[in-house]
Design a protein around this ligand. Structure first.
Ligand code: ARG
Length: 588
């Protein structure tokens, strides 16, 4: 159990003793336990007395006093808590017993899940992330979605949930009509069974050219529209070309996924296409659609434009075509009713927030899901900016290709490693630079609150000091070298029931932080914020250095206990980095 969870239980029991018969009305949030704001106040704080005051018609300080006397009568209190103190208007400050922390730490050391408890019933979670669009380059927004989504996937999987990572790629729509019509004229070879290789860049340029022709040339427009019909009807030739177009794009995305070591299951928009017509027909029959200017729409309470007019969610356009929203509505229903998801998470840029709010509200209104049973979250994120605070662009004004961005990070990581250590072994530097470069890109993204924009800077993300990937890697590497120096087999040490003794304040504080891993993982999942984990790992690395500065490990009388403490830190750093999608290094 987490420390706050434990304290909460204690307080609940004590409240029953202190205020018999009155606790039925006490809401769980009254029992909130928070971390102490400063170590001098102890480890945790109970600040519910103020909230309880109204309910119990008593002043907060006297509530805190009664609660504390009741706590003192509990055996568990004596086992877990070294010190309790009332502060200010009625806070109770708790300092945990170092022996209890050490015991928890020892248990965590032997637990592959590092104290994180399995859920009573694992949830089936669908995470929709990455999701680039065919015939377009992946942009930094897709990079963010990929990095954030993958981390959430790893965290929830680690917690014991069953996660289905879906790549909802944009592989369907009327734009394919003009693209196919255009390619047929400029590259007829595409219709062959095995057409020559085409780069994504070429495909993108065809896409742009086809759009231009569509807008300017009525004859081309006509043939593009015919292509849409042919594709919809599953005409062999059109379908083959469409498949080739998808394959070209897929290959380019795969290079990026391989570099980032991200695995996804492709479930693009085309998958849901057969569901769209039946869905709209069904909704039309049940009378929930409104025809507005020939388009079939749903109107939802509470969604208006600036003029106060109701916003429509358009499910079928005047020309008969379906929308992004139509596919998403069908997808949501499929995920709940067919996939039996308990939790759906969709990771996209914050620009799509309104779309998802409307989507979820529509699905709720149509009773496609039961909000009491299924949790649905849009996980929005901010922009990636360059140092001028503008969107990242190349010199020629094109948006920067992801693959170039990642490659540059790797090159710069190599320079940085050489600056740091001019005699870096040449045989190892390539791999280290690869790991450091990609870790740096991922970490600089995940370490900031996802809702805010952040500035992409190779210089900053590759620093060895501060809240960076290199700083975490370095802390982990340092522990490896301490262990090597001590010349003791850690597995041996772990095999013997060596007790960990926490005495020095730096030891206690580090031990406590290591045990808080489970709390942080819970928080991450609750708020879907990987930066909570990043912040925690950064604090852990800092605290580890502080400990190492204060407490001798090698050759001290407490060597074995301290080596185990170091090992516990290493385990958490290692697992924590993995959950952020980072790869640890043993040497640097
Ligand atoms: N393809 C979309 C884009 O590039 C993202 C799709 C996100 N997922 C979804 N179910 N709408 O912005």
């Amino acid at each position: 159990m987490t420390f706050p969870g434990l304290l909460k239980q204690l307080c609940e029991t004590a409240l029953n003793t202190a205020f018999p018969g009155k606790t039925a009305e006490i809401a769980p949030e009254f029992l909130e336990i928070t971390e102490a704001t400063q170590e001098k106040y102890g480890h945790y704080q109970f600040n519910g007395a103020m909230k309880l005051s109204k309910l119990l018609h008593e002043n907060p300080r006297s509530i805190a006093e009664k609660l504390m006397s009741a706590l003192n009568t509990l055996a568990a209190t004596n086992a877990f808590i070294a010190k309790m103190e009332i502060a200010g208007p009625g806070f109770i400050n708790f300092t945990l017993d170092p022996t209890f922390i050490a015991k928890t730490l020892a248990e965590q050391l032997h637990d592959p899940y590092l104290g994180v408890e399995k859920p009573a019933k694992p949830l089936k979670v669908i995470i929709d992330f990455s999701s680039p669009n065919i015939a377009k380059e992946m942009h930094v927004g897709h990079l963010r979605s990929t990095i954030i989504g993958d981390s959430l996937r790893k965290i929830l999987t680690f917690m014991g949930h069953e996660v289905l990572p879906l790549n909802h790629i944009g592989d369907w729509g009327t734009q394919f009509g003009m693209l196919i019509a255009h390619i047929k004229t400029v590259f007829p070879e595409i219709a062959q069974a095995n057409p020559p290789d085409v780069a994504l860049g070429t495909l993108v340029s065809w896409y742009k050219a086809s759009k231009k022709r569509f807008d300017e040339d009525p004859i081309f427009k006509k043939s593009a529209q015919q292509e849409v019909v042919a594709l919809q009807q599953g005409e062999e030739n059109s379908k083959r070309i469409w498949e080739h177009i998808c394959a070209i794009s897929r290959k380019a995305y795969q290079t990026i996924y391989d570099l980032l070591e991200v695995q996804l299951i492709e479930r693009g928009e085309s998958f849901y296409n057969p569901l769209l017509k039946p869905l709209v027909d069904e909704l039309e029959k049940s009378g929930v659609l409104t025809i507005s200017d020939g388009a079939k729409c749903i109107y939802l309470e509470g969604f208006t434009n600036r003029e106060g007019e109701k916003l429509p969610m358009i499910l079928q356009k005047t020309d008969g075509g379906y929308n992004y929203a139509t596919t998403d509505l069908a997808a949501l229903r499929h995920r709940v009713q067919i996939e039996k998801a308990d939790w759906i998470i969709i990771v996209t840029d914050a620009g799509q927030s309104l779309h998802f709010q409307m989507l979820f509200e529509a699905a709720r209104k149509l009773a496609f899901y039961d909000p009491a049973r299924v949790r649905i979250n849009h996980v929005p994120f901010g922009l990636v900016l360059n140092s001028d605070g503008k969107k990242i662009k190349t010199r020629s004004g094109e948006s920067e290709r992801l693959i170039d961005l990642l490659q540059t990070a790797i090159e710069q990581a190599q320079q940085k490693l050489l600056e740091h250590n001019p005699s870096y072994p040449p045989e190892a530097i390539g791999e280290a630079a690869h790991i450091l470069g990609l870790n740096a890109v991922k970490y600089s993204d995940l370490s900031c609150h996802r809702a805010s924009d952040y500035i992409f800077s190779y210089e900053k993300m590759l620093k060895f000091e501060g809240n960076t990937a290199a700083f975490l890697l370095y802390a982990y590497v340092r522990i490896q070298s301490i262990q090597r120096k001590a010349n003791l087999d850690i597995t041996d040490l772990l095999g013997h029931p060596t007790s960990i003794v926490l005495e020095d304040p730096a030891e206690i504080s580090l031990g406590l932080l290591v045990c808080q891993f489970r709390t942080v993982i819970e928080q991450c999942a609750k708020e879907l914020l990987p930066n909570r984990l990043a912040d925690y790992l950064y604090r852990l690395a800092e605290k580890f250095h502080l400990f190492f500065h204060h407490c001798r490990v090698e050759g001290s009388s407490k060597q074995n206990s301290r080596l185990l403490l170091c090992e516990a830190v290493a385990q958490v750093l290692h697992q924590g980095m993995r959950l952020l999608g980072l790869q640890p290094l043993d040497k640097m």
